[in-house]
Design a protein. Structure first.
Length: 116
């Protein structure tokens, strides 16, 4: 199956269960792998025959702006919004990472991966 990948989209957002996370926010990194048929676009060379990844980015940006307690919830919302807008997508894989999570020690990131 063909795919389009959007890697390492960076957002500042206020996701988390701690009050500091909700107030100050953190840096989040989102990567998507969108599975769909790209054969028509491969032949036509026309944007109308594929996904406009700038439109996908705007959907992710919009969903990242809505605060949530859990990364799982944000990731699931992103998947739903993207699939609703682009029904030609057969499957989506998302990786959503929170930089420097508040765990009382050094950690580069905490991440969830969901596929639908």
């Amino acid at each position: 199956m063909d795919c389009i990948e959007l890697k390492n989209m960076i957002f500042h957002a206020r996701h988390g269960v701690l009050e500091q996370e909700k107030t100050v926010g953190n840096t989040f990194i989102v990567s998507l792998k969108l599975y769909l048929d790209l054969s028509v676009a491969g032949q036509s060379d026309q944007l109308k025959d594929t996904l406009n990844y700038a439109d996908v980015f705007e959907i992710v940006k919009r969903e990242m702006a809505v605060p949530s307690n859990l990364l799982e919830h944000v990731a699931t919302r992103i998947i739903s919004a993207v699939k609703q807008t682009f029904p030609q997508i057969v499957k989506i894989r998302i990786r959503l990472a929170k930089s420097r999570p508040p765990v009382g020690g050094e950690m580069g990131e905490a991440a969830v991966g969901i596929r639908n």
